[in-house]
Design a protein around this ligand. Structure first.
Ligand code: C2E
Ligand code: MG
Ligand code: MG
Ligand code: MG
Length: 272
């Protein structure tokens, strides 16, 4: 059980998060965008939305801290809805100006299992007028706890036309069963498997097996956490072309991310 002082600190953080969510950007919650790069063309094909919370006194708080906090007190559905709305609205503006784009949004298992999750997605798409095929939600493997509910939610989301990615693939406890049960579109290879690639000459069996698995199953692939040329070259050699990581860019505020889209237009890259 938590010590009273820790419990008290947690309650203060919860109140602060509630306040921040009610006021959005003014409350210090902001959405950053990390590019997905197609390394074959050099083109930025989209972005993952990643939430940042800068508290006036506590400074920057990592989502690895405040997302679990929001999950423990029922605020996460509100957080995810906020991110969905802001990021889809932003993506629609980019779509209008620069052409097709993919926007990926992390969804907590708590939000996904909420009875009105599909209605939330429909509302956001209607309100922002983003075409469903531009939206991808990222789920981790911890979701399949209530399988029947999960299956029907998957079916309804596929019916709407949005895409579903498995985030941090290979680190959960049910990866292969997950693929057998659920119609996902994309595997995101977790950064631990990318970091295993020290040297492009060396064979990295798990990383290359995940890539082959995605190819066999006709799934799209994104390699997360690419930090070096060696990692990039190894992945390319294995026919994994969509990447994300500090080698290309860290997550950026919307206006800075947009500079990638502008640069692609100026260099004549066709967006796909
Ligand atoms: P994730 O979805 O797996 O996101 C990838 C994390 O890796 C991000 O951390 C990103 O900044 C970081 N990253 C990207 N490239 C590199 C790299 O090259 N090297 C290294 N070392 N790290 C890299 P971040 O932004 O701190 O987010 C952490 C996690 O918090 C996310 O993991 C996601 O699970 C969760 N999260 C973030 N925003 C949201 C949100 O709006 N809703 C929900 N439910 N979860 C969120
Ligand atoms: Mg993610
Ligand atoms: Mg990930
Ligand atoms: Mg992760």
């Amino acid at each position: 059980m938590d010590l009273p002082v820790i419990q008290h600190a947690k309650e203060i953080c919860e109140q602060e998060l509630r306040k921040a969510l009610a006021t959005g950007k003014q409350g210090g919650i902001e959405i950053f965008y990390q590019p997905f790069v197609h390394v074959g063309t050099g083109q930025v094909i989209g972005a993952e939305a990643l939430t940042r919370w800068v508290h006036p006194l506590l400074g920057e708080i990592s989502p690895r801290i405040f997302v679990p906090l929001a999950e423990s007190n029922g605020l996460v559905a509100e957080l995810d809805r906020f991110v969905l709305t802001v990021a889809c609205r932003q993506a629609k503006r980019w779509l209008n100006t620069y052409g097709p784009i993919r926007i990926a949004i992390n969804i907590s298992p708590h939000s996904f299992q909420h009875a009105d999750f599909v209605a939330v997605i429909l509302n956001v798409l209607q309100e922002t007028r983003l075409p469903p095929e531009c939206l991808e939600i990222e789920l981790t493997e911890n979701i399949a706890l209530r399988q029947e509910h999960t299956l029907s939610t998957f079916a309804r989301l596929k019916g709407i036309g949005i895409k579903i990615a498995i985030d941090d693939f290979g680190t959960g406890y049910s990866s292969l069963n997950y693929l057998r049960m659920f119609p996902v579109d994309t595997l995101k290879i977790d950064q631990v498997f990318v970091q295993d690639v020290e040297n492009s000459q060396q064979e990295v069996p798990i990383t290359s097996a995940i890539i082959r698995l995605a190819h066999e199953l006709n799934l799209q692939l994104v390699a997360e956490g690419v930090e070096s040329e060696e990692q990039k070259n190894y992945l390319m050699q294995k026919d994994c072309f969509v990447m994300q990581g500090f080698l290309f860019s860290k997550p950026l505020p919307a206006d800075q991310f947009e500079q990638f889209l502008q640069a692609d237009v100026h260099s004549g890259l066709r967006r796909c």
